[in-house]
Design a protein around this ligand. Structure first.
Ligand code: GAF
Length: 377
């Protein structure tokens, strides 16, 4: 990828760029808990967005997307927002840096990526984090701390892309560390690295290829449900709610909001239980909790879809240790914790059965837990 964008950069801009990259992410457990002040347990992966960038001495950003083969340019004032959705991620990052009193001047860039789009692997957070990291290095002597870089990406989603997301994806992309998952407390922002190398197991994603699109999706509505319930219970976020508190006010919340909150309260505890189980190398418990999360996301939070439920059922039938829908939902991947000896069988059955039913094979993505945002000299 570096060679490709290097070549394209020289052809288009004829100067010498610096290279930066940031990663997509997986999340072992802790879904839709981040904007509820709960815990998440993600890790960065070996699929990334990479950009070649050089300062151009103007007040314009000139950008070429190698994957889309599209070029655009924009200024750095609020009214200069580009029309192209993909460019708004970069524009948003520039604006959020400027709004915080830091510097962004004109630059040229070519970028590309291998994070599958719409699969729930946070290609957009990888793009935001790549540029936030790069612009901090190029224009601000790295004075912006890493959490602020993650928040710059999150505010970009809120203010320029229409997704009222939590902090998990940008956190994972910025803070990712090779072979480690990270437990983040989204209320205090304390985090801890957990080495993750499950002996005798593989982590594999099965991408249904059902389009995952969070913009204008029911994602924002899920968040609103949670906020309504928190307000009814008199707590800031559902992090501070218990199932007893929810049951006490059951009559005051709609049936739908009740289900959403019940899921979030359960998921909050499941993350902690998975972390404990991992420390004992108790993968059976990790897997059981992953299935519980899937059930909750499907039946209570209602962010699954027929294809992902089908993949989850196949995993169960094949004896896969843990399986669940991953990410925001409404399509994308399942994440599966599979014993080495079952791996080939599971993949074969998942491909065949899915193909029989939906007319195409799912995409198998093996995952390597990797570093997050970085300069690539
Ligand atoms: C999406 C969001 F961007 C995250 O903040 C998080 O809420 C996730 O869905 C669900 O856990 O990836």
């Amino acid at each position: 990828m570096k060679d490709l964008i290097s070549q394209l950069f020289h052809q288009r801009f004829a100067t010498t760029p610096v290279f930066y990259a940031s990663s997509g992410r997986i999340n072992l457990i802790g879904e839709h808990t981040d904007y509820n002040g709960g815990f998440v347990f993600p890790g960065a992966i070996d699929k990334c967005i990479m950009a070649a960038i050089n300062v151009n001495g103007t007040d314009k950003v000139r950008v070429f997307s190698a994957d889309l083969q599209q070029y655009t340019e924009f200024g750095l004032r609020e009214e200069d927002a580009p029309a192209e959705q993909w460019a708004r991620y970069i524009f948003g990052v520039c604006r959020e840096i400027i709004k915080r009193g830091f510097t962004v001047n004109g630059f040229d860039t070519v970028f590309a990526g291998n994070v599958p789009l719409g699969a729930g692997l946070s290609s957009s957070a990888a793009l935001e984090s790549c540029f936030a990291y790069a612009l901090n290095d190029l224009f601000n002597e790295n004075k912006i701390d890493k959490f602020e870089l993650a928040k710059i990406g999150q505010s970009t989603e809120h203010n320029y892309c229409g997704v009222n997301c939590g902090i998990m994806d940008q956190f994972a992309s910025v803070f990712g560390k090779k072979n480690c998952l990270m437990r983040l407390d989204c209320r205090s922002l304390e985090y801890e690295y957990f080495p993750f190398d499950p002996q005798g197991y593989k982590l594999v994603l099965v991408n249904s290829k059902v389009k995952h699109e969070l913009v204008d999706s029911p994602y924002n509505k899920r968040r609103q449900s949670c906020e309504r319930v928190a307000a009814t219970l008199g707590v800031e976020t559902l992090r501070d709610a218990t199932i007893d508190m929810l049951n006490e006010k059951k009559d005051l919340v709609s049936e739908e909001d009740y289900k959403r909150a019940e899921y979030v309260i359960g998921e909050k505890q499941r993350v902690l239980d998975v972390c404990d189980a991992l420390q004992r190398s108790d993968y059976e418990t990790v897997g059981r909790l992953m299935y519980e999360t899937h059930h909750g996301l499907s039946q209570q939070y209602e962010v699954s879809c027929e294809e992902l439920d089908f993949l989850n059922d196949i995993a169960k039938e094949c004896g896969v240790t843990g399986s669940r829908i991953m990410g925001g939902g409404f399509g994308g991947c399942t994440i599966n914790l599979v014993k080495d000896e079952l791996y080939d069988h599971f993949i074969q059955v998942a491909k065949e059965r899915f193909n029989e039913k939906y007319g195409h094979e799912p995409i198998i993505i093996d995952v390597v837990i990797s570093d997050g945002a970085r300069r690539c000299d």
